[in-house]
Design a protein around this ligand. Structure first.
Ligand code: FAD
Length: 386
């Protein structure tokens, strides 16, 4: 048992958990964070970093360090359907591509620098409310069980964790049939000539994003609907490449031939529906609180923003002596205002793109009325005009 009683314990060291921990530690609270993997680690993600991400990186005064990793600048967007139709638009902001192993490590190191006590690799397996405090049980390969106490707990453990079962979350038995997979491919092995553009390739039951990240690596990441596509994920990608001529021009047969040997990072059955923001007395942030469709390219932005939001709420709660109930209400109301519309529009667009007939109708519509595209992009962002 760790004898400290922390003000805040955070479960998960992704962007949401790290951001929350930094803002809370800067606010003078005693914070600990548990991460089950040892960093740097890769994770499923298209690795497109939106303006929202860059804004928080700048706010944390990490922009210079960030640029030192040579992230790739991205300023335009192109949607390419398998019927050959293409639509493009400027993003109206500067985005970047950087590997998640690098980004997440940068943020977690900043947490440590700000005095956050980081336990890694430590998996939290249970959270109990005992009197006015929480008791967290942790384990790793070396230690069977270890116990930690805190006054508040933030769950920042991402889209899926065994804690979802422990907390009896209401979606654990739901099947979404949506799988995501990421590959890193050296740029030199592709016929690649679009360094400053993110491209989304559409095909039957699948959409696939491609953008350059740091150090001449290209990230290829896709979301597939297993209700429509019954083969393995790699076979479904190969099918997508063969149907979408533009993608076929970029990915040579040599890459297809060695696709089985390339490391893949994935998650299956990703649940995009509504999630509760308070579970077991803990505050859910980042993907654990609600997931935006990957097509919006803004999950990391939302994770960072929700980390900042919970820090604001808990610091205000301390200053104004709010009850736990009042703090929870404040968090839930502010979260809904910031994120619920963006999540709704992102999911709406994703549903259309994963449905072949609707996808073709929608592409034809946007093709005829191109001014709609920037509005669609805007609808999933924090400055939404809707
Ligand atoms: C296919 C796909 C593509 C995407 N592409 C993009 C993109 O291009 N741009 C973008 O902005 N967003 C993208 N996203 C979304 C983005 O990846 C997530 O929104 C973001 O990672 C959420 O951050 P997080 O901190 O909430 O969770 P995570 O990044 O998942 O971090 C959670 C952390 O918690 C740890 N953890 C889990 N359980 C425990 C436990 N019990 N104890 C301790 N630690 C635990 C995990 O190891 C992990 O490190 C994409 C999502 C998908 C599905």
């Amino acid at each position: 048992m760790d004898n400290e009683i922390y003000d805040i314990a955070i479960i998960g060291g992704g962007p949401a958990g790290s951001a929350a921990s930094i803002f809370l530690a800067k606010g003078g609270l005693k914070v600990c964070l548990f991460e089950k993997k040892r960093f740097p680690r890769e994770t499923l993600c298209g690795e497109f970093l939106s303006k929202e991400v860059i804004d928080i990186i700048k706010e944390l005064k990490l922009f210079e360090k960030f640029l030192a990793f040579h992230p790739n600048k991205i300023d335009s967007f192109r949607l390419i359907n398998d019927n050959g139709k293409e639509i493009s638009a400027n993003l109206n902001f500067h985005a970047y591509g950087l590997r998640r192993s690098t980004l997440d490590n940068l943020l977690l190191n900043e947490a440590i620098k700000n005095g956050v006590k980081v336990f890694q690799p430590f998996e939290i397996i249970r959270v109990e409310n005992i009197g006015n405090d929480f008791l967290l049980s942790a384990q790793n390969d070396v230690i069977d069980y270890s116990y930690f106490k805190s006054k508040f707990v933030i769950s920042a453990y991402g889209k899926q964790s065994t804690l979802d079962q422990t907390f009896h979350r209401n979606f654990i038995k739901r099947k979404s049939f949506l799988n995501g997979v990421k590959f890193h491919i050296p740029k030199s092995e592709l016929n690649y000539n679009m360094p400053n553009e993110i491209r989304i390739f559409l095909s039957n039951g699948i959409y696939c994003g491609m953008n350059e990240v740091d150090n001449d690596i290209v990230t290829l990441c896709f979301l597939e609907n297993r209700m429509i596509l019954k083969n393995t994920s790699r076979s479904n990608l190969i099918e997508c490449v063969s149907r979408n001529k533009m993608l076929k021009n970029i990915i040579p047969d040599s890459i297809i031939a060695k696709l089985n040997k390339l490391p893949a990072y994935g998650n299956s059955n990703i649940y995009f529906g509504k999630r509760k923001l308070i579970e077991n007395g803990t505050f859910m942030i980042g993907d654990a609180g609600g997931i935006i469709a990957p097509i919006a390219g803004d999950g990391i932005g939302m994770a960072l923003q929700s980390g900042k939001l919970i820090a604001d709420v808990l610091l205000k709660s301390k200053k104004e002596n709010l009850s736990l109930n009042e703090a929870q209400m404040l968090y839930q109301n502010s979260w809904q205002k910031l994120f619920s519309k963006r999540i709704y529009y992102g999911l709406f667009i994703q549903k259309i793109l994963l449905e072949s007939r609707l996808k073709n109708l929608a592409i034809n519509f946007v093709y005829s009325f191109p001014f709609v595209l920037p509005k669609l992009i805007d609808s999933t962002r924090s400055n939404s005009i809707f």
